[in-house]
Design a protein around this ligand. Sequence first.
Ligand code: SF4
Ligand code: SF4
Length: 360
Amino acid sequence: MEKYLKELENCTLCEWKCGANRLEGETGVCRVTLPEVASCTLHPAPPQSYTIFLAGCNYKCLNCQNWTISQYPDNKEKLRYEKIRGYVEPKELAEECLRNLNSLQGKRIGADRIFFSGGEPTINLPYIEKIVEEARKIDPSVKVNFDTNGFLTQRSLKRVLDFTTSITYDIKAYHDEVHRAITGAPAEPVLRNAEYIAKNAKDKLWEYRVLVIPKVNEDEIKPLSEFLASIHKSLQVCFLAFRPNFVLENHPGASRELMERCVEIANQAGLDNAYWSGTPGLSGEVLTIEDKVEDKYEIEEAKRAASYAYKAGCITHPRSCGNCGSNQDCDVKRYIPLDEESREIMRLIRFVKDLSEENQ
Ligand code: SF4
Ligand code: SF4
């Protein structure tokens, strides 16, 4: 066993603090034992980088666009065609990163940093630290970005801040029950860590990223903006337009009007650096709220998100994956959405249905 992985004997890297002995094959909420690389690629989206996607996540988000990676290894039986690179020696990966950053293609897109993403990279923090250590032996000035959902312990966050140049930080919701309904995890540690970064490491913050899902978290934009503005008005906040994905595969995407309204709301709350990106306007259908979860949540949008989770097989409401008896055998993690072709047929059927309703 590699010495730097020793702390996986009693894993408390993220706020679930499972204490699993991952070296002996025990798993916590993330279900990951040893670090596995899903894939690596030069990435032209800012901050331009050589991106390492690490398999596995401590959340079970309904909207995940990287669900093949994040819900690994539970979906691997059903995803036989998906390739996971697996464990790669840190030194080998560090050399690969620098080779790509210094390549013609890397220079052409302006890639200037190693970008750790996933899944959630926190669950493999000791591995990442080792890769960065090896990379900086070759080039001490190499930059590093950490892309996180914010659900890490304060100790882990401080370790991350020690080696990162920049942080991209996702926040899914302000209210706890909406956050739980979407992700399966509480909001408090995420807001706490967001505040810590803003107050203690603002220079490292690339941006907070808020995925805007119509009728699921759009009412969260105002309180979230007010929360961030109360810390610092100049914080960078990027609103991303939701595209139908994973469990929310049939839910409508965010419209352009909604995205523009988010920026307006953020400006009114006092944020000076709010903007949006993504592809708006994808069609879909909003799910009706399920009787089975209605009385478990107070907020309408939480009820709707939880209804999607319930339909996908989530048995614990309010959602709380850390305390759920099914967290080692979870149907949400095994959820497989329709492929693109079948989804296109569904869109066509919906279009024809809408048209015939209009003509009645
Ligand atoms: S969910 Fe978090 S604390 Fe639990 S095993 Fe995974 S990384 Fe460790
Ligand atoms: S069934 Fe349990 S582990 Fe799975 S998503 Fe629901 S709360 Fe989380």
